[in-house]
Design a protein around this ligand. Structure first.
Ligand SMILES: Cc1cc2nc3c(=O)[nH]c(=O)nc-3n(C[C@H](O)[C@H](O)[C@H](O)COP(=O)(O)OP(=O)(O)OC[C@H]3O[C@@H](n4cnc5c(N)ncnc54)[C@H](O)[C@@H]3O)c2cc1C
Length: 414
């Protein structure tokens, strides 16, 4: 059988897996990567530990996608979390499952994941060419025929797989250039937005709290009508707003509330385990016991040190005021702030800072059974450049690996 020549554009998780699968099926595969090395974003993933996938079952896995999860059913049927885990374990990499079913390499190093992929690329004979930015595709008669490189070189082929990623962390290489190529070829692009992103707030005083972590709190986002309530978790103040696992996870839903004419607030419940009545009783008790001490002193029992002065200022209470002088109104204000430290969301951080890109090549123009474009024959898509994105927890990388696997197999066998 004569080999088909397949060009894969982008050496991230999706592109590497696509190239491996297509070459394992006997085809001649060239992997083009614009940066000097493969897998830059993969290396950053999971804070350098790579949360590879998640062992949730399929129905619960699909629920973790912001929308469009159903599009991935065929890709997941072909190559899902257990197949991905086996892929690495069969190649000698030990994995472990942590809380919330998150899968990591036992080494706690994303480089071990990348090493396995790079070894496999060599083993199946993929020709990897780095420092090769693709600026356009050659299409004739509605068929993909090749890739045009920035250096002027054309590489002709029978199939092309675009795996060029989203539009964030552009220093890793994903700068939406592949999405723009797809657009020029007539594909609809669902507007790009940041996903899994810190949020900015209107209150300038958060600057004073930069770096402060609040543990065991809950968040309530609200636009006055709808509410999003978080589980108990952690929040970190940034120089201009809020971040941390709870914020990142709910950022997509919070952004959805932020229509142009809508104001969205977040209330931080600093004491989710205590009711208003319990807090009131506790404060009354403490005020009695510490009547000669300042409210600042008493708040140390309830709040992290760095929050106290800001908290007192927001409550409008002199921090040096004696507990015995605190009025009922002031006590009620303290309780209401403890149960709902109120901030107004001004918007997400720029897309560059998003852990994922929301939007991308419209799924209406991609066949979910093969990942082939419905507009250009012989052109396949995979990974984050498509309009799919998910929560944190290993779901995004699994989507990249699964769609890469399916695109590679379809391109090789079609
Ligand atoms: C800080 C951070 C942490 C993350 N942690 C996790 C995690 O733990 N678990 C998880 O599931 N997800 C995580 N993600 C998300 C996950 O990393 C991405 O969803 C995933 O890497 C997408 O893979 P991809 O192959 O589609 O794109 P990418 O990994 O972005 O790869 C695209 C590749 O294409 C190349 N390229 C782009 N344009 C061109 C061009 N024109 N020509 C040639 N090459 C091109 C790029 O240089 C890049 O190498 C994280 C993301 C970030 C930013």
């Amino acid at each position: 059988m004569e080999k088909i020549k397949i060009v894969v554009v982008g050496g991230g998780s999706a592109g590497m897996m696509a190239a491996i699968r297509a070459a394992a099926l006997g085809q001649e595969v060239i992997l083009l990567e614009k940066k000097s090395a493969l897998g830059n974003k993969l290396l950053l993933s999971g804070k350098g530990r790579c949360n590879l996938t998640n062992t949730e079952d399929l129905p619960n896995f699909l629920k973790r996608f912001s929308k469009n999860g159903d599009f991935l059913r065929d890709a997941f049927k072909k190559f899902f979390n257990q197949e991905l885990i086996s892929f690495f374990e069969q190649r000698g990499l030990k994995l472990k499952i942590e809380r919330q079913k998150r899968v990591f390499p036992q080494s706690d190093r994303s480089a071990s994941i990348l090493n396995v992929l790079e070894d496999e690329l060599v083993k199946v004979g993929v020709q990897v060419i780095c420092r090769s930015k693709v600026v356009d595709l050659i299409v004739s008669g509605g068929r993909a025929k090749g890739a045009r490189l920035e250096n002027g070189r054309n590489i002709l082929c029978e199939r092309i797989i675009l795996a060029s990623g989203g539009a964030s962390y552009s220093f890793t290489g994903s700068d939406a250039s592949g999405i723009n190529i797809a657009k020029r070829l007539g594909h609809v692009i669902v507007p790009l937005q940041a996903g899994l992103i810190p949020l900015d707030v209107k209150q300038n005083y958060v600057k004073k709290l930069e770096g402060l972590t609040l543990r065991n709190i809950t968040l309530k986002f609200s636009d006055g009508k709808r509410q999003i309530i978080s589980e108990i978790g952690e929040l970190i103040f940034t120089s201009s707003g809020i971040s941390g696992p709870l914020v990142i996870t709910l950022s997509g839903k919070a952004i959805d509330l932020l229509a142009p004419d809508k104001t969205v607030f977040v209330d931080i419940d600093l004491k989710p385990a205590l009711s208003i009545q319990q807090l009131d009783a506790r404060l009354l008790r403490e005020f009695k016991l510490n009547s000669k001490k300042s409210i600042k002193h008493l708040l140390k029992e309830l709040l992290p040190l760095r929050l106290i002065m800001v908290f007192a200022a927001v409550a409008g209470i002199d921090p040096l005021k004696k507990c015995s002088q605190i009025t009922q109104k002031e006590r009620e204000k303290i309780i209401s702030l403890l149960k709902g430290f109120h901030l107004e969301i001004s918007g997400p951080r720029p897309i560059e800072e998003g852990m994922v890109t929301r939007g991308g090549v419209s799924l209406k123009q991609i066949d979910p059974r093969t990942m082939e474009s419905r507009l250009v024959k012989g052109l396949y898509f995979c990974g984050e450049m498509m309009d799919v994105d998910a929560d944190t927890g290993g779901f995004n990388l699994q989507a990249a690996f699964s769609t890469g696997y399916l695109a590679g197999e379809s391109a090789a066998l079609s």
